[in-house]
Ligand binder design. Structure first.
Ligand code: NAD
Ligand code: TDX
Length: 331
Protein backbone atom coordinates (compact mmCIF):
# COMPACT_ATOMS: atom_id res chain seq x y z
CA UNK A 1 0.00 0.00 0.00
CA UNK A 2 1.37 3.41 -1.02
CA UNK A 3 0.61 5.87 1.80
CA UNK A 4 1.00 9.63 1.36
CA UNK A 5 1.29 11.28 4.78
CA UNK A 6 1.01 15.07 4.85
CA UNK A 7 2.55 16.78 7.87
CA UNK A 8 4.64 13.69 8.59
CA UNK A 9 7.44 15.75 10.18
CA UNK A 10 5.08 17.15 12.82
CA UNK A 11 4.15 15.68 16.19
CA UNK A 12 1.34 13.27 15.37
CA UNK A 13 2.43 12.69 11.76
CA UNK A 14 5.96 11.63 12.75
CA UNK A 15 4.59 9.23 15.35
CA UNK A 16 2.18 7.89 12.70
CA UNK A 17 4.99 7.34 10.20
CA UNK A 18 7.24 5.63 12.75
CA UNK A 19 4.39 3.40 13.91
CA UNK A 20 3.40 2.57 10.32
CA UNK A 21 6.92 1.60 9.31
CA UNK A 22 7.32 -0.54 12.45
CA UNK A 23 4.00 -2.35 12.22
CA UNK A 24 3.20 -2.47 8.47
CA UNK A 25 6.05 -3.82 6.39
CA UNK A 26 3.82 -3.68 3.27
CA UNK A 27 3.37 0.11 3.53
CA UNK A 28 5.41 2.39 1.23
CA UNK A 29 5.36 5.76 2.94
CA UNK A 30 5.86 9.16 1.32
CA UNK A 31 5.83 12.25 3.53
CA UNK A 32 4.85 15.67 2.20
CA UNK A 33 5.79 18.37 4.69
CA UNK A 34 6.60 22.07 4.33
CA UNK A 35 8.95 21.97 7.35
CA UNK A 36 7.44 25.05 8.97
CA UNK A 37 8.65 25.98 12.47
CA UNK A 38 6.56 22.96 13.65
CA UNK A 39 8.12 20.39 11.32
CA UNK A 40 11.40 18.67 12.07
CA UNK A 41 12.98 16.14 9.76
CA UNK A 42 14.91 14.64 12.63
CA UNK A 43 11.61 13.34 14.01
CA UNK A 44 11.74 10.87 11.13
CA UNK A 45 15.42 9.98 11.58
CA UNK A 46 14.72 6.50 13.05
CA UNK A 47 12.89 5.53 9.82
CA UNK A 48 14.63 7.79 7.29
CA UNK A 49 15.76 4.87 5.11
CA UNK A 50 12.18 3.53 4.88
CA UNK A 51 10.41 6.79 3.96
CA UNK A 52 10.45 9.08 0.91
CA UNK A 53 10.48 12.68 2.07
CA UNK A 54 9.22 15.56 -0.07
CA UNK A 55 9.56 19.09 1.22
CA UNK A 56 6.68 21.20 -0.03
CA UNK A 57 3.30 22.67 0.77
CA UNK A 58 -0.13 21.07 0.62
CA UNK A 59 -1.21 24.30 -1.09
CA UNK A 60 1.08 23.57 -4.08
CA UNK A 61 -1.48 22.10 -6.52
CA UNK A 62 1.02 20.73 -9.05
CA UNK A 63 3.18 19.05 -6.43
CA UNK A 64 0.14 17.63 -4.63
CA UNK A 65 -1.37 16.31 -7.86
CA UNK A 66 1.70 14.27 -8.72
CA UNK A 67 2.05 12.81 -5.23
CA UNK A 68 -1.64 11.94 -4.88
CA UNK A 69 -1.63 10.29 -8.32
CA UNK A 70 1.06 7.95 -6.99
CA UNK A 71 -0.74 6.99 -3.74
CA UNK A 72 -3.33 4.42 -2.65
CA UNK A 73 -4.29 6.40 0.44
CA UNK A 74 -3.69 9.97 1.62
CA UNK A 75 -3.57 10.63 5.38
CA UNK A 76 -3.80 14.38 5.92
CA UNK A 77 -2.15 15.61 9.14
CA UNK A 78 -0.53 18.82 7.83
CA UNK A 79 -1.92 21.90 9.53
CA UNK A 80 -1.13 24.99 11.46
CA UNK A 81 -2.05 23.50 14.82
CA UNK A 82 -1.53 25.96 17.67
CA UNK A 83 -4.46 28.02 18.98
CA UNK A 84 -2.26 30.73 20.51
CA UNK A 85 -0.50 31.34 17.18
CA UNK A 86 -3.86 31.59 15.41
CA UNK A 87 -4.78 34.48 17.71
CA UNK A 88 -1.63 36.37 16.70
CA UNK A 89 -1.76 35.69 12.95
CA UNK A 90 -4.63 33.65 11.49
CA UNK A 91 -3.44 33.95 7.88
CA UNK A 92 -1.33 30.74 7.60
CA UNK A 93 -4.18 28.84 9.26
CA UNK A 94 -6.56 29.79 6.47
CA UNK A 95 -3.94 28.98 3.83
CA UNK A 96 -2.76 25.62 5.11
CA UNK A 97 -5.86 24.30 6.85
CA UNK A 98 -8.51 25.47 4.37
CA UNK A 99 -6.76 26.01 1.02
CA UNK A 100 -4.39 23.07 1.64
CA UNK A 101 -7.29 20.70 2.32
CA UNK A 102 -9.13 22.00 -0.74
CA UNK A 103 -6.01 21.36 -2.84
CA UNK A 104 -5.73 17.77 -1.60
CA UNK A 105 -9.44 17.10 -2.11
CA UNK A 106 -9.29 18.22 -5.71
CA UNK A 107 -6.33 15.91 -6.36
CA UNK A 108 -8.05 13.01 -4.59
CA UNK A 109 -11.16 13.63 -6.71
CA UNK A 110 -9.17 13.62 -9.95
CA UNK A 111 -7.28 10.43 -9.14
CA UNK A 112 -9.89 8.45 -7.18
CA UNK A 113 -7.62 7.98 -4.16
CA UNK A 114 -8.82 7.04 -0.65
CA UNK A 115 -8.49 10.00 1.74
CA UNK A 116 -8.42 10.21 5.53
CA UNK A 117 -8.83 13.63 7.12
CA UNK A 118 -7.29 14.17 10.56
CA UNK A 119 -9.19 16.74 12.56
CA UNK A 120 -9.87 17.89 16.09
CA UNK A 121 -12.62 17.87 18.70
CA UNK A 122 -12.25 21.66 18.86
CA UNK A 123 -14.58 21.96 15.84
CA UNK A 124 -17.43 21.36 18.32
CA UNK A 125 -16.53 24.35 20.52
CA UNK A 126 -16.47 23.72 24.24
CA UNK A 127 -18.60 22.13 26.97
CA UNK A 128 -19.57 23.35 30.44
CA UNK A 129 -17.19 22.27 33.19
CA UNK A 130 -20.04 20.58 35.06
CA UNK A 131 -22.60 18.09 33.81
CA UNK A 132 -20.65 15.32 32.11
CA UNK A 133 -21.84 16.12 28.57
CA UNK A 134 -19.55 14.77 25.80
CA UNK A 135 -19.09 15.44 22.08
CA UNK A 136 -20.67 12.91 19.70
CA UNK A 137 -20.69 12.84 15.89
CA UNK A 138 -24.10 14.57 16.11
CA UNK A 139 -22.82 17.58 18.08
CA UNK A 140 -23.22 20.78 16.00
CA UNK A 141 -20.05 22.53 14.83
CA UNK A 142 -19.34 25.65 16.91
CA UNK A 143 -15.60 26.46 16.75
CA UNK A 144 -14.16 29.24 18.94
CA UNK A 145 -10.72 30.17 17.60
CA UNK A 146 -9.20 30.95 14.20
CA UNK A 147 -7.44 27.55 14.45
CA UNK A 148 -10.57 25.54 15.21
CA UNK A 149 -12.69 27.45 12.70
CA UNK A 150 -10.24 26.65 9.90
CA UNK A 151 -10.24 22.97 10.95
CA UNK A 152 -14.06 23.04 10.95
CA UNK A 153 -14.03 24.61 7.48
CA UNK A 154 -11.71 21.87 6.24
CA UNK A 155 -13.98 19.14 7.68
CA UNK A 156 -16.98 20.67 5.91
CA UNK A 157 -15.08 20.73 2.62
CA UNK A 158 -14.42 16.99 3.02
CA UNK A 159 -18.10 16.28 3.74
CA UNK A 160 -19.14 18.30 0.68
CA UNK A 161 -16.62 16.52 -1.57
CA UNK A 162 -17.99 13.16 -0.37
CA UNK A 163 -21.56 14.15 -1.05
CA UNK A 164 -21.08 16.14 -4.27
CA UNK A 165 -18.26 14.23 -5.94
CA UNK A 166 -18.36 10.82 -4.25
CA UNK A 167 -14.75 10.85 -3.06
CA UNK A 168 -13.83 8.01 -0.69
CA UNK A 169 -13.08 9.91 2.48
CA UNK A 170 -13.31 9.49 6.24
CA UNK A 171 -12.86 12.09 8.98
CA UNK A 172 -11.60 11.70 12.53
CA UNK A 173 -11.93 14.29 15.29
CA UNK A 174 -9.53 13.57 18.12
CA UNK A 175 -9.00 15.07 21.54
CA UNK A 176 -5.70 16.48 22.92
CA UNK A 177 -2.67 14.32 22.18
CA UNK A 178 0.47 13.94 24.28
CA UNK A 179 3.65 11.92 23.82
CA UNK A 180 7.10 12.18 22.19
CA UNK A 181 8.00 14.73 19.48
CA UNK A 182 5.37 17.31 20.51
CA UNK A 183 6.50 20.90 19.95
CA UNK A 184 7.56 22.81 23.07
CA UNK A 185 4.93 25.48 22.41
CA UNK A 186 2.18 23.03 23.49
CA UNK A 187 0.99 22.77 27.10
CA UNK A 188 2.58 19.52 28.30
CA UNK A 189 5.98 19.81 26.55
CA UNK A 190 6.20 23.46 27.61
CA UNK A 191 5.78 22.58 31.27
CA UNK A 192 8.01 19.50 31.08
CA UNK A 193 10.85 21.44 29.49
CA UNK A 194 10.33 24.32 31.94
CA UNK A 195 10.66 21.85 34.79
CA UNK A 196 13.81 20.36 33.27
CA UNK A 197 15.14 23.94 33.23
CA UNK A 198 14.05 24.54 36.83
CA UNK A 199 11.28 26.98 35.79
CA UNK A 200 7.84 26.85 37.43
CA UNK A 201 4.95 25.59 35.23
CA UNK A 202 2.65 28.29 33.76
CA UNK A 203 -1.11 27.81 33.85
CA UNK A 204 -3.44 30.05 31.85
CA UNK A 205 -6.02 31.80 34.05
CA UNK A 206 -7.46 29.78 36.90
CA UNK A 207 -6.47 26.47 35.26
CA UNK A 208 -9.88 24.80 35.63
CA UNK A 209 -10.06 24.12 31.87
CA UNK A 210 -10.36 20.43 31.04
CA UNK A 211 -8.77 18.56 28.14
CA UNK A 212 -9.46 14.91 27.22
CA UNK A 213 -5.88 13.60 26.93
CA UNK A 214 -5.00 10.67 24.67
CA UNK A 215 -1.57 9.22 23.96
CA UNK A 216 -0.48 9.91 20.38
CA UNK A 217 0.09 6.18 19.73
CA UNK A 218 -3.57 5.50 20.54
CA UNK A 219 -4.69 8.28 18.21
CA UNK A 220 -2.68 6.66 15.44
CA UNK A 221 -3.98 3.12 15.94
CA UNK A 222 -7.46 4.64 15.67
CA UNK A 223 -6.54 6.38 12.41
CA UNK A 224 -5.38 3.07 10.96
CA UNK A 225 -8.56 1.32 12.17
CA UNK A 226 -10.64 3.96 10.34
CA UNK A 227 -8.56 3.72 7.16
CA UNK A 228 -8.93 -0.05 7.10
CA UNK A 229 -12.47 -0.57 8.31
CA UNK A 230 -14.17 2.83 8.60
CA UNK A 231 -17.22 3.51 6.45
CA UNK A 232 -16.64 6.01 3.65
CA UNK A 233 -18.25 9.38 4.32
CA UNK A 234 -18.36 8.81 8.07
CA UNK A 235 -16.94 10.82 10.95
CA UNK A 236 -15.33 9.02 13.90
CA UNK A 237 -14.53 10.70 17.21
CA UNK A 238 -11.28 9.55 18.83
CA UNK A 239 -10.80 9.82 22.58
CA UNK A 240 -9.63 7.67 25.48
CA UNK A 241 -11.67 8.96 28.45
CA UNK A 242 -8.73 11.08 29.61
CA UNK A 243 -10.48 14.15 31.00
CA UNK A 244 -8.05 16.09 33.21
CA UNK A 245 -7.96 19.74 34.29
CA UNK A 246 -4.91 21.81 33.51
CA UNK A 247 -4.35 22.19 37.26
CA UNK A 248 -4.27 18.40 37.66
CA UNK A 249 -1.76 18.11 34.80
CA UNK A 250 0.71 20.59 36.32
CA UNK A 251 0.29 19.08 39.79
CA UNK A 252 1.08 15.63 38.41
CA UNK A 253 4.09 16.96 36.51
CA UNK A 254 5.40 18.69 39.61
CA UNK A 255 5.08 15.42 41.51
CA UNK A 256 6.91 13.52 38.77
CA UNK A 257 9.75 16.03 39.17
CA UNK A 258 9.74 15.55 42.94
CA UNK A 259 8.42 19.05 43.62
CA UNK A 260 5.59 20.52 45.65
CA UNK A 261 2.43 19.89 43.57
CA UNK A 262 1.21 23.48 43.96
CA UNK A 263 4.46 25.17 42.96
CA UNK A 264 3.33 26.79 39.67
CA UNK A 265 2.35 30.24 38.33
CA UNK A 266 -0.96 31.50 36.98
CA UNK A 267 -0.40 33.64 33.88
CA UNK A 268 -2.60 35.62 31.47
CA UNK A 269 -5.51 33.60 30.12
CA UNK A 270 -5.96 32.74 26.42
CA UNK A 271 -8.53 34.92 24.62
CA UNK A 272 -11.70 32.88 24.00
CA UNK A 273 -10.21 29.96 25.98
CA UNK A 274 -12.37 26.83 25.54
CA UNK A 275 -13.49 25.49 28.92
CA UNK A 276 -13.79 21.76 28.46
CA UNK A 277 -13.50 19.09 25.77
CA UNK A 278 -14.75 15.52 26.22
CA UNK A 279 -15.17 12.79 23.61
CA UNK A 280 -17.73 10.01 23.39
CA UNK A 281 -15.82 7.44 21.29
CA UNK A 282 -18.57 4.80 21.39
CA UNK A 283 -18.88 4.63 17.59
CA UNK A 284 -15.16 3.98 17.12
CA UNK A 285 -15.06 1.41 19.90
CA UNK A 286 -18.20 -0.54 18.93
CA UNK A 287 -18.05 -0.31 15.14
CA UNK A 288 -14.31 -0.79 14.68
CA UNK A 289 -13.36 -2.58 17.91
CA UNK A 290 -10.71 0.04 18.74
CA UNK A 291 -9.47 0.46 22.31
CA UNK A 292 -6.65 2.62 23.71
CA UNK A 293 -3.53 0.96 25.13
CA UNK A 294 -2.27 3.91 27.20
CA UNK A 295 -5.01 4.08 29.81
CA UNK A 296 -2.91 5.29 32.75
CA UNK A 297 -2.32 9.01 32.19
CA UNK A 298 0.19 9.36 35.01
CA UNK A 299 2.47 6.64 33.65
CA UNK A 300 2.03 7.96 30.09
CA UNK A 301 3.11 11.37 31.36
CA UNK A 302 6.08 9.85 33.20
CA UNK A 303 7.21 8.15 29.97
CA UNK A 304 6.80 11.46 28.12
CA UNK A 305 8.91 13.26 30.75
CA UNK A 306 11.60 10.57 30.29
CA UNK A 307 11.51 11.13 26.53
CA UNK A 308 12.04 14.90 26.89
CA UNK A 309 14.86 14.31 29.39
CA UNK A 310 16.55 11.92 26.96
CA UNK A 311 16.01 14.05 23.85
CA UNK A 312 17.09 17.55 24.80
CA UNK A 313 18.89 17.89 21.44
CA UNK A 314 15.51 17.57 19.75
CA UNK A 315 13.62 20.28 21.70
CA UNK A 316 16.29 22.69 22.95
CA UNK A 317 16.72 24.67 19.67
CA UNK A 318 13.07 25.86 19.74
CA UNK A 319 12.74 26.55 23.46
CA UNK A 320 14.12 30.08 23.89
CA UNK A 321 12.16 31.59 20.99
CA UNK A 322 8.92 29.97 22.18
CA UNK A 323 9.39 31.34 25.70
CA UNK A 324 10.25 34.81 24.34
CA UNK A 325 6.98 34.78 22.35
CA UNK A 326 4.96 33.73 25.40
CA UNK A 327 6.67 36.36 27.53
CA UNK A 328 5.56 39.11 25.12
CA UNK A 329 1.93 38.03 25.75
CA UNK A 330 2.34 37.87 29.53
CA UNK A 331 2.26 34.08 29.47
P1 NAD B 1 2.19 19.94 14.36
O1 NAD B 1 2.04 21.44 14.35
O2 NAD B 1 3.09 19.30 15.33
O3 NAD B 1 2.67 19.46 12.90
C1 NAD B 1 2.15 20.00 11.72
C2 NAD B 1 3.05 19.56 10.57
O4 NAD B 1 2.46 20.07 9.35
C3 NAD B 1 4.47 20.12 10.65
O5 NAD B 1 5.40 19.12 10.31
C4 NAD B 1 4.47 21.23 9.60
O6 NAD B 1 5.75 21.44 9.01
C5 NAD B 1 3.49 20.69 8.59
N1 NAD B 1 2.88 21.74 7.77
C6 NAD B 1 2.38 22.94 8.18
N2 NAD B 1 1.94 23.63 7.13
C7 NAD B 1 2.14 22.87 6.03
C8 NAD B 1 1.87 23.03 4.64
N3 NAD B 1 1.30 24.14 4.16
N4 NAD B 1 2.18 22.02 3.80
C9 NAD B 1 2.77 20.88 4.27
N5 NAD B 1 3.06 20.68 5.56
C10 NAD B 1 2.74 21.66 6.42
O7 NAD B 1 0.70 19.39 14.48
P2 NAD B 1 0.15 18.06 15.19
O8 NAD B 1 -0.10 18.36 16.61
O9 NAD B 1 1.02 16.92 14.80
O10 NAD B 1 -1.26 17.92 14.48
C11 NAD B 1 -1.40 17.14 13.29
C12 NAD B 1 -2.86 17.13 12.88
O11 NAD B 1 -3.66 16.59 13.92
C13 NAD B 1 -3.43 18.53 12.62
O12 NAD B 1 -4.29 18.44 11.50
C14 NAD B 1 -4.21 18.86 13.88
O13 NAD B 1 -5.29 19.71 13.60
C15 NAD B 1 -4.70 17.47 14.27
N6 NAD B 1 -4.97 17.27 15.71
C16 NAD B 1 -4.01 17.56 16.63
C17 NAD B 1 -4.25 17.30 17.97
C18 NAD B 1 -3.21 17.57 19.03
O14 NAD B 1 -3.49 17.41 20.22
N7 NAD B 1 -1.99 17.94 18.68
C19 NAD B 1 -5.49 16.78 18.36
C20 NAD B 1 -6.46 16.51 17.39
C21 NAD B 1 -6.18 16.76 16.06
O1 TDX C 1 1.58 27.35 28.82
C1 TDX C 1 0.41 26.95 28.71
N1 TDX C 1 -0.41 26.97 29.79
C2 TDX C 1 -1.71 26.54 29.74
O2 TDX C 1 -2.42 26.58 30.76
C3 TDX C 1 -0.12 26.46 27.45
C4 TDX C 1 0.75 26.43 26.23
C5 TDX C 1 -1.42 26.02 27.42
N2 TDX C 1 -2.20 26.06 28.52
C6 TDX C 1 -3.58 25.52 28.48
C7 TDX C 1 -4.45 25.93 27.32
C8 TDX C 1 -5.34 24.71 27.16
O3 TDX C 1 -6.42 24.78 28.09
O4 TDX C 1 -3.43 24.10 28.37
C9 TDX C 1 -4.45 23.54 27.55
C10 TDX C 1 -3.81 22.84 26.36
O5 TDX C 1 -3.23 23.84 25.55
P1 TDX C 1 -2.56 23.48 24.12
O6 TDX C 1 -1.47 22.50 24.32
O7 TDX C 1 -2.25 24.78 23.45
O8 TDX C 1 -3.73 22.69 23.39
P2 TDX C 1 -5.22 23.08 22.93
O9 TDX C 1 -5.38 24.53 22.72
O10 TDX C 1 -6.16 22.38 23.86
O11 TDX C 1 -5.25 22.38 21.46
C11 TDX C 1 -4.62 21.09 21.26
O12 TDX C 1 -5.58 20.06 21.21
C12 TDX C 1 -6.43 20.06 20.11
C13 TDX C 1 -3.78 21.09 19.99
O13 TDX C 1 -2.82 22.13 20.04
C14 TDX C 1 -4.66 21.24 18.77
O14 TDX C 1 -3.89 21.13 17.59
C15 TDX C 1 -5.69 20.14 18.80
O15 TDX C 1 -6.61 20.33 17.75
Amino acid sequence: MRVLVTGGAGFIGANFVQQTVAERPDARVTVLDALTYAGDRSSLAPVADRVSFVQGSVTDADLVDGLVADADVVVHFAAESHNDNSLTDPSPFVQTNVVGTFTLLEAVRRHGVRYHHVSTDEVYGDLPLEGGERFTPATPYNPSSPYSSTKAASDLLVRAWVRSFGIEATISNCSNNYGPYQHVEKFIPRQVTNLIDGVRPRVYGAGANVRDWIHVADHNTAVWAIIEAGRVGETYLIGADGETSNLEVVRTLNELFGRDADDFDHVADRAGHDLRYAIDATKLRTELGWAPRFTDFRSGLAATVDWYRANEDWWRPAKAAVEARYARGGQ
